[in-house]
Ligand binder design. Structure first.
Ligand code: ATP
Ligand code: MG
Length: 580
């Protein structure tokens, strides 16, 4: 899509804009040097909790605010680095007292409340493995994930326990201990446990490759997989938070992702804390007015969010942002789904800043490809690989995999393994893990192309790509063109079987307020798409929907659109539960 480039003025530290000289930074980059920037445990080893919190206390920054938590009722609680270190130590001690050994799994099922952050840090300190679950999950997704990970401990609230865990408790034989942050029946009382624990705890001397975190994927393409991550991942979280999010110690940083998803942990806890900045945490779910108010009142300087949220803000109109002072905002980034060019430009127009897309996966643990602050943006592009990351567009052949060097050629997005945040396996799915690697490349399952300037463009999930009359059509390009039309708030595009063309393109669209489905609008959208995309790529059919099916993390689920369209089974229960 030939769109205008957004040129950037250098930003970042005075005189030293972040990645101002990209080529040189890539050339000079060494993971060992990034690793050497960590504090390391006294006596050796790497532990995420130490790098994220205790290090700052040891170096005299304990007084800085680590977390600013905004409760549903707008009450604000600040937790300083020193307090977070103490609380984490107490929780680690409590785990030890409860007989939780190193490497055992500790699940959290909590909203974005202080105890979630304390439990995460304490679990790492203990040397146990954290698995945060999104609190909106019902009993079946919880059971399915627990069956894979067999946690020894669950930290939750009395209400969540009663509603979602108690009914299935007899199916969780491995679960020895439940801790309820607000006390009550069915578990141990958080406060009693923490009050009884000392303020200091000697952090487990974890090695770089020791397991730290288990993250389940979003389940967009099928049953969620449990990706295993290690303590040295913090090396990558820290450096990529600097490179891709332009984070500095004095930033007020808001990552809107829930820690139940990898973004909410890697960049909602570890990365920003390891840099020493202040994290803004909102307990409430999305609400356009509330979000603008938080941006203004908290003077958020760096904001990391997702396309689905941006689309909802776009749908909410321009009056709201106009009524708020967003002058503290310096940098906005997005991840999780393709960011339509329209959304990047909306950011520039409405918020005064373009939105910087970046790409990564649960498996990669950290940001791989990004529009970093100093770089000119081509709206619709995911950006360029960060220093230390070797990416390629590859083609699968009978002999294996080979990089496609010609620019603008579609292929599978692959990465050369070796960065510290890379996953170390899918729990209990060794064969699936092994299949991700061919000829020294990690195959992402996403299709992309790279242009002559080295910018990467997302085409679609390998499974979602449409084969029509000899063309390979990426749904993203079609969806982006539909999004250009003022009536369209969201679009999801799939292939439907066709006797002649193999497949034809079908689009599902949700409309903006003020627009109603009609034959006239359908014809207008079809004509718009044909004009912009040409007849071979444009949709043949468009259906209007009040909203599109999504995963719990907000991603459009094309496979569900397709299953419903074709009357196919919608998948097993555990993935069905994911859909909104
Ligand atoms: P599952 O693997 O269970 O099907 P998922 O792939 O959605 O779910 P995640 O690891 O949360 O689980 O998401 C990573 C995927 O999200 C990427 O592989 C890609 O398809 C998509 N994605 C992430 N960021 C971007 C982006 N900037 N542009 C386009 N797609 C993106
Ligand atoms: Mg995936």
């Amino acid at each position: 899509m030939g769109r205008s480039i957004i040129h950037k003025r250098p930003v970042g530290d005075e005189g030293a804009p972040n990645l101002a000289n990209y080529a040189e930074a890539c050339h000079a980059f060494r993971w060992d040097a990034a690793r050497a920037e960590l504090a390391g445990l006294p006596g050796g080893g790497i532990n995420i909790a130490h790098e994220a919190v205790d290090r700052h206390v040891a170096e005299g920054r304990g007084d800085r605010v680590a977390l600013r938590l905004i409760a549903r009722d707008w009450r604000v609680r600040d937790i300083r680095y020193a307090e977070l270190a103490t609380l984490g130590s107490r929780f680690a001690h409590a785990l030890e007292t409860l007989g939780v050994g190193r490497g055992e799994r500790v699940f959290t099922l909590l909203g974005r409340v202080p105890e979630l952050y304390v439990a995460a840090l304490g679990t790492w300190k203990r040397g146990a493995v954290l698995c945060p679950l999104f609190s909106v999950f019902g009993p079946e997704p919880i059971r399915a994930r627990m069956a894979i990970a067999e946690p020894a401990v669950l930290v939750t609230t009395a209400q969540l326990y009663r509603r979602k865990v108690a009914p299935i408790r007899d199916q969780l034989p491995y679960l020895r201990t439940v801790i309820l942050v607000d006390g009550g029946e069915g578990g141990l009382d958080w406060k009693t446990l923490l009050d009884a624990a000392p303020d200091r705890y000697e952090t487990a001397r974890t090695a770089a490759g020791d397991l730290a975190t288990l993250h389940f994927t979003s389940g967009t393409t099928g049953r969620p997989k449990g990706a295993m991550h290690v303590h040295e991942a913090v090396v990558a979280h820290r450096i990529t938070a600097r490179y891709a999010l332009d984070l500095h110690e004095d930033d007020l940083f808001w990552c809107t992702a829930d820690p139940g998803w990898v973004t909410g942990t890697s960049y909602g806890i570890v990365g920003p804390l390891s840099i020493g900045c202040t994290l803004i945490v909102d307990e409430e779910e999305f609400d356009a007015e509330r979000w603008y108010r938080i941006l203004e009142e908290q003077r958020v300087s760096v904001w990391y969010t997702a396309p689905t949220a941006i689309r909802m803000l776009m749908r909410a109109g321009t009056d709201l942002p106009a009524r708020h002072d967003l002058s503290a905002l310096r940098f906005i980034a997005s991840v999780g789904e393709p960011l339509n060019p329209e959304a990047v430009l909306w950011g520039e127009r409405t918020l005064g800043l373009p939105i910087h897309d970046n790409w990564w996966q649960t498996e990669t643990g950290g940001i791989m490809i990004a529009n970093y602050a100093a770089m000119d943006i081509k709206p619709g592009s995911m950006g360029r690989p960060l220093p230390g990351i070797e990416a390629a567009v590859v083609r699968r052949t009978e002999r294996g995999v080979e990089p496609v060097d010609a620019p603008d050629t579609q292929g599978e997005l692959a990465l050369r393994p070796g960065w510290p945040a890379m996953f170390r396996g899918y729990l209990k799915e060794d064969a699936r893990y092994a299949k991700c690697f061919v000829d020294g490349w990690y195959l992402s399952g996403d299709l992309a192309r790279r242009d002559a300037d080295g910018y990467y463009w997302f085409v679609g999930r390998a499974d979602d790509v449409i084969k029509s009359a000899g063309h390979l059509i990426g749904p993203f390009e079609v969806e982006s063109v539909l999004m250009e039309h003022p009536a369209v708030a969201e679009a999801g595009v799939i292939g439907v079987p066709d006797a002649v063309a193999l497949e034809t393109v079908k689009a599902f669209v949700a409309l903006n307020p003020g627009f109603e489905p009609s034959e006239a609008l359908r014809s207008e959208l079809l004509a718009h798409a044909r004009k912009r995309l040409g007849p071979a790529v444009a949709p043949r059919a468009i259906d209007f929907r009040p909203s599109l099916p999504r995963t719990r993390s907000g991603k459009i689920m094309r496979r569900l659109l397709k299953a419903r369209e074709l009357g196919l089974p919608e998948g097993d229960l555990s993935t069905l539960e994911e859909s909104a």
